[in-house]
Design a protein around this ligand. Structure first.
Ligand code: G16
Length: 544
């Protein structure tokens, strides 16, 4: 087979965001667009790629199959010797992370725009995960961006598409392509971490749950593990077939985009437990009967009980959360005497903490929870750990949450998103906020007194790297906080995220409705940032 070098010119917008390069499908369909970015990744790896193993797969969204074939041909032409690809081109993000680690691969190309909608008018994405299985760190994404901005040629192989349905090895040029079952290794890892027998006994005892795979990649994983290995009744997993357009839905596991699960769990016929996962299987949603569990609370509850699962029986080394995530997990860490780290938004910032053994568990408000078993957040793992905890404590999920609040207090929490705001308007809002930070302490807004205000900067304790301008945080003396930042995963205009929280120690008030409990914080946020004036929006587009 002939290797061809194709001349190309750079696209100047190939800058990875919070999690890889995410754009509209139409952008990725431009001639050479995918090839340029993939070649930039390969070039950045340099000579180390010669003879190396590469992992490849995606969440099954529109373009997934085509880009898998393109990447296979390019990988074979670029000197990789083994390419491990999930059957049908499918791999969940945590499963890809695991495969990279257990096969000592140089890294992986993961095709996903996560929770963003799919289909021809939706979004697509390409991210590179490094040899530790985690998202490429900032220096690597920076190098890929620089390379993509100066690229002049890419290498590919003249070869027909491979049959990715048939498991086994095939030769492609000088490389071996291994088409593997995307679920098997992942399921084996889960068996090591959580007590399958205890969960199976729970289901045998009549425990009922719904897992909504949202027509995305977790379907086959959840079917095999929950209904297959653990014996949950058939039909426990719904929307289990990955579809290129996710059935027309937004595969984002939150109360807004999974209103069906919310309605079921808040209704009279609620099963014992509800859960969902996103496009590429790294996010999770947890719903107890009558009660949505915020990702921040979920992280805290998992941290408090993880020792009940065999994989964590020796306890935790430490925990971490992204800065905008509520401080609920900090309270668990303080009581247990564990180190607790606060990182910028983006799973890549947990990588060094996990690699150096400083933390065992970490999570984010954006529905991500994970541990040191891989270097990505892991949706199904979080659900299995919850099930293990429910089995071990014998407590109903809602009672477990309320008991947690009674012990630690409740961090009322909500995120208000203003989507597709004109980019300049959103940046203007952030500039104006930064300009007034110094004068804020001592001022009173909606009855709350500002005690501190800054623009979050993070110094990585392992490599000393500094990441600045990661979100404006304003603390109030009344144990409340608001954080403002612009999303790094949107594909149209800018998304302003406003993260709101208030701590409540008094159990008598733990039942309060969240938006009502946060009303003064919401009013103070608006007064400080003048959201309506800058964005022209009277209300958020999405409240979660
Ligand atoms: C990605 C990152 C997460 C981050 C989330 C939201 O998640 O992996 O670490 O919290 O985006 O980021 P932003 O607030 O910048 O939109 P995913 O699930 O989209 O890959």
């Amino acid at each position: 087979m002939t290797i061809r070098r194709i001349a190309t010119t750079p696209f100047m917008d190939q800058k990875p965001g919070t999690s890889g390069l995410r754009k509209k499908v139409a952008v990725f369909r431009q001639p050479h667009y995918v090839e340029n970015f993939v070649q930039a990744i390969f070039d950045t790896l340099g000579e180390a790629r010669q003879g190396a193993t590469l992992v490849l797969g995606g969440d099954g969204r529109f373009l997934n199959r085509e880009v898998v074939q393109t990447t296979l041909r390019m990988a074979a032409a670029n000197g990789f010797s083994r390419i491990l690809v999930g059957q049908g081109g499918l791999l969940s993000t945590p499963a890809a992370s695991n495969l990279i680690r257990i096969n000592r691969a140089i890294g992986g190309v993961v095709l996903s725009a996560s929770h963003n909608p799919g289909g021809p008018d939706g979004d697509f994405g390409i991210k590179f995960n490094a040899a530790n299985g985690g998202p490429a760190p900032e220096d690597l994404t920076g190098a890929i961006h620089r390379r993509a901005s100066a690229i002049t040629a890419y290498a590919t192989l003249e070869a027909p598409d491979l049959d990715l349905e048939r498991l086994g090895e095939v030769t492609l040029g000088a490389a071996t392509v291994v088409v593997l079952d995307p679920v098997a290794d992942y399921a084996a890892m889960m068996r090591q971490l959580v007590d399958f027998e205890a969960i199976a006994a729970l289901f045998r005892g009549g425990f009922r749950m719904r897992f909504d795979a949202m027509s995305a990649v977790t379907g086959p994983y959840a079917k095999a593990i929950l209904e297959g290995a653990l014996g949950a009744p058939a039909g426990t997993v719904v929307n289990a077939t990955p579809l290129p357009d996710f059935g027309g839905h937004h595969p984002d596991p939150n109360p807004v985009h999974n209103a069906d699960l919310m309605a079921l769990m808040l209704g009279a016929e609620a099963p014992d437990f509800g859960a969902a996962s996103d496009g590429d299987g790294d996010r999770n949603m947890i719903v107890a009967p009558g009660l949505f569990v915020t990702p921040s609370d979920s992280l805290a509850i998992l941290a408090a009980h993880a020792h009940r699962a065999p994989g964590y029986a020796r306890g935790l080394a430490g925990v971490a959360r992204s800065m905008p995530t509520s401080r609920a997990v900090d309270r668990v860490a303080a009581k247990a005497g564990l180190p607790c780290y606060e990182t910028p938004t983006g799973w890549k910032f947990f990588g060094n903490l996990l690699d150096s053994g400083r933390i065992t568990l970490c999570g984010e408000e954006s529905a991500g929870t994970g541990s040191d078993h891989v270097r990505e957040k892991d949706g199904l793992w979080a659900v299995l750990l919850w099930l293990n905890i429910l089995a071990a404590t014998g407590k109903p999920a809602d009672a477990l949450v309320r008991a947690h609040w009674a012990e630690f207090g409740r961090d009322q929490y909500s995120r208000h998103d203003y989507e597709e705001v004109e980019a300049e308007a959103a940046q203007g809002l952030m500039r104006a906020l930064r300009a007034k930070l110094e004068g804020l302490p001592g001022q009173v807004f909606a009855g709350l007194t500002v005690s501190a205000a800054d623009d979050f900067a993070y110094t990585d304790p392992v490599d000393g790297s500094v990441t600045a301008q990661q979100g404006v945080r304003i603390l109030f003396a009344e144990d409340a906080r608001v954080v403002f930042r612009l999303s790094g995963t949107g594909t149209v205009g800018a998304t302003l995220r406003v993260y709101l929280e208030r701590y409540e120690a008094d159990p008598a008030r733990h039942g309060a409705e969240t938006q009502a409990a946060l009303a003064p914080v919401i009013a103070a946020a608006d007064a400080i940032a003048e959201i309506a004036r800058h964005t022209g929006r009277a209300a958020p587009s999405v409240i979660t």
